[in-house]
Design a protein around this ligand. Structure first.
Ligand code: 475
Length: 823
């Protein structure tokens, strides 16, 4: 037997003591009492009791880091998709069972109290959730780090379905306050916008003075990030915008009482709402202002802290501060740091530029051309006139010095590498700016990093061969296994050390058990119990009855054509058709489960949601198919719903067109919890197959080279439509009124899109996808083989621990080390 070690030290605290603390907070913080308290009041009282430990940890960690003066990481991200914090904080503090017992003695189920917490949905999808996993890992590894972002009043919209169509409703996560944050008004910053730049000659020296047209206050809210074990607690610092002067006194005095408010309303819109676009960019003025607002506030904050610790001499600034750009969204931080160093701190350009490049590194998350950020030069000039000058200066030095040296006289290359894209309207390419202003650029899975070099930035790679690296994404096993799947966690702890959430490699200790009948039975029993729980959730959310004995086949991710939810739909329709043609069609019953939000303006994505909902309605009510197939589209997919669904999943759908999904992270969460992947050779699927073994995932479809070859040859979707009878039949089915009785043609757009353009090559992969599903069906019926494959997935996923990703960043990009916080 291995020794049973635990990283999370249960504080010397009994359930009785914890109960006393919760009740004390109920009365003194919430102003209510046991007999009268609502679930929400209990939730708040519990948060207050937990916070005694959390904020103690914040103080301890701050003090340690201030004393040590170590190099720190600043993770700049427009999105942090945190989800709920309570169960995670309890787990990481080692207080979960103490709290559970304390609440029980008060007559409360901990699960009900946890349900009261709204999700912090301050992100769209993968990129935002990655940032949340990364700050968890940085805290766990005791890396001095701050996450910087925006304190949005409204996070990602809440999704409802009205007659099968997506309707967006505002997210009100802070409606009743947020117990996890503290305002730090003493660290507020003033941010400048608009105005003009004056050139000043003084003592033979030329300098630039930016006279802003207006100023905005940035107020920081700190959200503690509790590392596993509770010793180290970092913070996520989110900026809220406020009017600089609440009243314009002149307007006020001249009788314009109401007008005096309008400026404050305008200033406050900056942090009002998260842009709901995943993978594409809005190009709107307010979005640019959001990007600058939080980048500038964060840089000012880093400066302030540096000076408080080291005095006015900035010589060590770049040695002590790493800044990571989570995609190009904070890329404006590059010219901002230049502005601060050159205009405010009087550095010579070259020295400032060297420091800037030493400070920044950039993560690319997507190759989709429509997602590569570009801002009109005119817009930047209007909003940030000094930054526009600085960007042009960076560009001209880069082109005339570095590019000219490497490729003398080559204007084609200059045109390609320039930060400025010439055309009817001059555009600023934020990707080029990020590459030029960073010391290191990384992709998020091996294949993606290879494509970043080969297809996106080949000339930059030739110019700086060591700049481009890979850091494969990861997920925190604390949230995505320990907290969300207590049954599986308890089972594996009967066989391996209890510190596996910190040292995920320990899961390999389960490999010898993959063939063990008793362990297989227990493993599958856990999956079944999780499914039974989720059956109730499905009923509550959709009204549909499903059986826990069916295969739970899950596709959860943002809705996007490249992710190909419609490929899944076509296969479901094909299965349905087969059962209608042959009522004895042999298949294990299947429940297809979808969760996905579409960007509000993304028409075809919304049509796909509608089509899935209509097909679901028809199939779920068709007695002829004897419950062999059920389809549910869960409304309002979000982190807290993922935590319930992932432990119950049998099959993980990762079916993007090869070359389009940079990494994926849901693929990792599902496989870690014992789901079998059906996937293309894309993103991290490739590495999951490598780790889990190719027998334990089901791969199908074209690979990147096949996609390129087909494109080059000329892709004609209609050829595939005509040559596959089943495919033709299901596509034609979308045209009539079979799924929309009395209203023919409502789903026709989905067919038209596929047959006439099919930008993400759904049709060529259809046949191979159907075959892959046959393999899934056969494997599931072989109970032993399925259990073995599922166990081997769980046992092999250690690589995808976000701690490993963060260690890669720490070693290869940031050059930082952990500093354990001491009391
Ligand atoms: C990739 N979001 C996943 C994940 O690396 C990858 C873009 C623009 C504006 C707002 N949000 C975005 C993304 O680009 C995004 O989420 N990308 C995703 O990042 C983490 O695993 O493959 O699609």
């Amino acid at each position: 037997m291995p020794s049973k070690k635990s990283v999370a030290p249960t504080p010397a605290l009994t359930a009785e003591q914890f109960k006393t603390s919760v009740v004390k907070h109920l009365r003194t913080t919430l102003g209510t009492y046991e007999e009268k308290a609502s679930k929400q009041a209990w939730n708040k009282a519990l948060a207050a009791a937990i916070n005694e430990f959390v904020f103690e940890g914040v103080s301890r960690t701050r003090k340690t880091h201030a004393n040590v003066g170590a190099r720190a990481v600043h993770y700049l991200s427009l999105e942090f998709l945190m989800g709920r914090l309570m169960s995670n904080n309890l787990q990481n503090l080692g207080l979960y069972s103490v709290a559970e017992e304390a609440l029980k003695s008060l007559g409360l189920e901990i699960a009900d109290v946890l349900e009261e917490e709204p999700d912090m949905a301050l992100g769209n999808g993968g990129l935002g959730r990655l940032a949340a996993c990364f700050i968890d890992s940085m805290a766990t590894l005791s890396i001095p780090a701050v996450g910087y972002g925006i304190h949005y009043e409204h996070g990602l919209f809440r999704q409802e379905f009205h007659k099968g169509r997506q309707v967006e409703r505002p997210d009100q996560w802070r409606e009743f306050g947020n117990p996890w944050e503290i305002c730090r008004p003493e660290s507020a910053q003033v941010i400048k916008l608009y105005g003009y730049v004056e050139t000043v000659y003084e003592q033979g020296k030329l300098s630039k003075v930016w006279h802003p047209g207006r100023t905005i206050r940035a107020i920081p809210w700190d959200i503690p990030v509790v590392g596993y074990g509770g010793q180290n607690v970092n913070v996520l610092r989110l900026w809220e915008s406020r009017a600089d002067k609440f009243f314009d006194w002149d307007v006020f005095n001249s009788g314009g009482y109401v007008d005096a408010y309008s400026e404050s309303v305008e200033a406050e819109t900056i942090s009002k709402v998260l842009y709901p676009n995943d993978e594409t960019d809005a190009g709107k003025e307010l979005r640019l202002i959001q990007q600058y607002f939080f980048s500038a506030a964060s840089i000012a904050d880093v400066m302030r802290r540096y000076k408080a610790a080291n005095g006015e001499d900035l010589a060590n600034f770049a040695k002590l501060n790493a800044m990571q750009l989570n995609d190009t969204h904070p890329a404006i931080a590059i010219p901002e740091l230049m502005r601060v160093l050159v205009d405010e701190e009087n550095f010579a350009w070259d020295e400032a530029w060297a420091m800037t490049r030493e400070t920044f590194s950039y993560t690319n998350h997507t190759l989709l051309p429509e997602a590569l950020e570009k801002w009109s030069l005119k817009l930047i000039e209007k909003v940030l006139p000094r930054h526009m000058e600085i960007i042009l200066e960076i560009n001209s030095r880069f082109l005339t010095q570095e590019v000219e040296t490497m490729w003398p006289g080559n204007n084609d290359i200059k045109r390609k590498l320039s930060i400025v894209e010439e055309g009817a309207e001059q555009m600023i390419r934020m990707g080029n700016l990020s590459v030029i202003g960073s010391h290191t650029v990384n992709g998020v899975a091996q294949i993606h990093s290879d494509l970043v070099k080969k297809d996106l930035f080949p000339e930059f790679d030739a110019l700086w061969p060591n700049k481009f690296v890979n850091v494969t994404n990861g997920i925190t096993p604390r949230r995505w296994m320990k907290a969300c799947n207590p049954r599986l966690s308890a089972l594996i702890e009967q066989h391996i050390d209890t510190d596996w959430p910190r040292y995920l490699e320990k899961l390999t200790g389960l490999k010898p058990l993959a063939d063990d009948q008793a362990f297989q039975d227990s493993f599958m029993a856990v999956k079944h119990e999780n499914k039974v729980d989720f059956v109730k959730e499905i009923k509550t959310l959709t009204g549909v009855d499903v059986s826990a004995d069916a295969i739970f086949d899950v596709q959860i991710k943002r809705l996007h054509e490249y992710k190909r939810q419609h490929l899944n739909l076509l296969h479901i329709m094909a299965l349905y058709r087969r059962v209608l043609i042959d009522p004895n069609y042999d298949m294990h019953p299947r429940v297809f489960i979808f969760g996905a939000k579409a960007a509000p303006g993304y028409k075809i994505a919304k049509e796909i949601i509608f089509a899935i909902n209509k097909v679901a309605e028809k199939i779920n009510n068709d007695r002829r198919i004897n419950d062999k197939i059920k389809v549910v589209f869960l409304p309002n997919y979000r982190v807290s719903l993922a935590e319930k669904l992932i432990p119950a999943a049998d099959v993980s759908e990762q079916i993007s067109l090869a070359g389009k999904e940079a990494s994926g992270t849901g693929n990792m969460k599902l496989a870690l919890n014992g789901a079998i992947t059906i996937g293309t050779m894309d993103g991290a699927n490739i590495e999951i197959a490598e780790e889990a073994g190719s027998d334990n995932v089901v791969i199908f479809g074209m690979e990147v080279d096949d996609v390129v070859a087909l494109k080059n040859k000329g892709y004609h979707p209609a050829d595939y439509y005509r040559s596959n009878e089943e495919l033709k039949a299901v596509l034609d089915w979308l045209e009539g009124d079979f799924f929309t009785p009395g209203e023919p043609g409502l789903l026709a757009e989905v067919k038209r899109n596929l047959v006439e353009s099919d930008p993400f090559m759904v049709l060529p992969d259809f046949e191979s996808y159907c075959e892959a599903h046959q393999k899934i069906d056969a494997l599931y019926r072989d109970k032993k083989a399925w259990a073995k494959a599922a166990i081997l997935n769980t046992a092999s996923l250690a690589k995808f621990n976000s701690d490993r990703s963060i260690q890669d960043y720490a070693q290869n990009i940031w050059h930082v080390k952990g500093v354990e916080a001491k009391s």
